[in-house]
Design a binder for this molecule. Sequence first.
Ligand code: ADP
Length: 454
Amino acid sequence: MRMPTLSDRILSALQSVQDPDLHQDIVTLGFIKDLLIQDGRVSLTLELTTPACPVKDDLKQQVINVVSQFPEVTDVVVRLGSKPMRGLQPLAKGLSEVGAIIGVSSCKGGVGKSMTAVNLAFALSEQGASVGIFDADVYGPSLPTMVALPDTSLVFDGQFIKPLQYKGVKLMSFGYTQDPLDDRNPALMRGPMVSQVINQLLTQTNWGALDYLIIDMPPGTGDIPLTLSQLIPMTAAVIVTTPQRLSFVDVIKGIELFYNLKVPTIAVLENMSYYECGTCQERQYPFGRGALQSLVNEFGFKYAFECPIDSLVSPTSDAGLPLVLAHPDAKATQVIHQLAGAVAREVSRLRYQSTGAPAVEVMDANGKLMIRVSQGERESWVEPRDLRLACRCARCQDEWTGRPLLDASSIPDDVVPEGLGPVGNYAVGVNWTDGHSSIYPYEVLWSFQVSAEV
Ligand code: ADP
């Protein structure tokens, strides 16, 4: 039998390093490339799923630590690389080399959706990703103001339009095409027409190779965002909201809109959540608290962020500078970087399919229909009616106080799921025979401990 070489032993030892999102070791995931050993000097490339990987430095350090432990090794060089994210979805020509399309959406105007979209794009770019921003907010295109360019005239490249660029980020906005004499002025256009024009602009822009294309969606859950969401093959959505109760009710509509379109909402950013006193650092919550936590409870979001009211935001964006570049230490910048990390992680998870999601199915258990949740060895059974009663949607439970609103006697004993399917990578959606639809985070499903012998 062949003795394991140093290279074999290094690879075997590196199996102790796990990717925290994909829950697999970096050797099995194929992250170790170009392993070369010369006179005790080890060099390799750690090829991650995205250049914007927020844990890249930590993983690199772990690799260095593991490899340095071998007495034969005198020196370790680890280069960081990333797998090509491009061209993985069948997209229109101008988008064919785009890896992931992230829609940034809000249910009302003025909540900071554009601030988030633009800064998210620049934050991902700062992390090393190639990024584009498409401003699809026809009624209030803000990209032309938020990113000041000396010249915004559009140039054609064959049939395609060349995107504008700022600090390496590609930009396109309906605002760049607007001409006061243009009879396609959005104020005069009907919803479907606006969506078509926007879709045309999106797909006729020559985006080239991009890791992420961020779409600043029109606000609301009406016709235009709906049609647009159907036209744009979005990988995932980020929802921006504010702490007021009214926004909270709207945000649920937004999540449901994306849910119906099978676009997972991967993060929620509650903007203008609090104000931090400059001298004592005490946080004040002028609009109250609790909404974000309710969303986390109801939908099981893994990534929910509070972004403070920051006096640097408005002047910077009015001056046409992205906040994350102009004020790298601002509190809001830090939150946007956390959001960028979450987006990078979740997109990689969606792409590499290790969602950690259990299988959920309706099964016959000793003559009774039951819901079975299983993953590997782990298994849990839920009585359909119990799960129906556990619905935490706004109609079944007061989303503010958690008080049950559902009258249990109104739910038939024989209620069962008519349809059932994953919602993003965090929850399962159920359509019930009583006509109701529910979304259950996986944690809720696991919390039922009924045995199969019921
Ligand atoms: P939307 O795209 O939702 O309409 P914008 O991103 O245009 O909202 O933001 C609306 C206004 O609020 C802008 O003037 C913006 O500079 C300001 N703003 C957004 N987020 C913050 C924040 N966290 N702190 C202070 N001002 C903010």
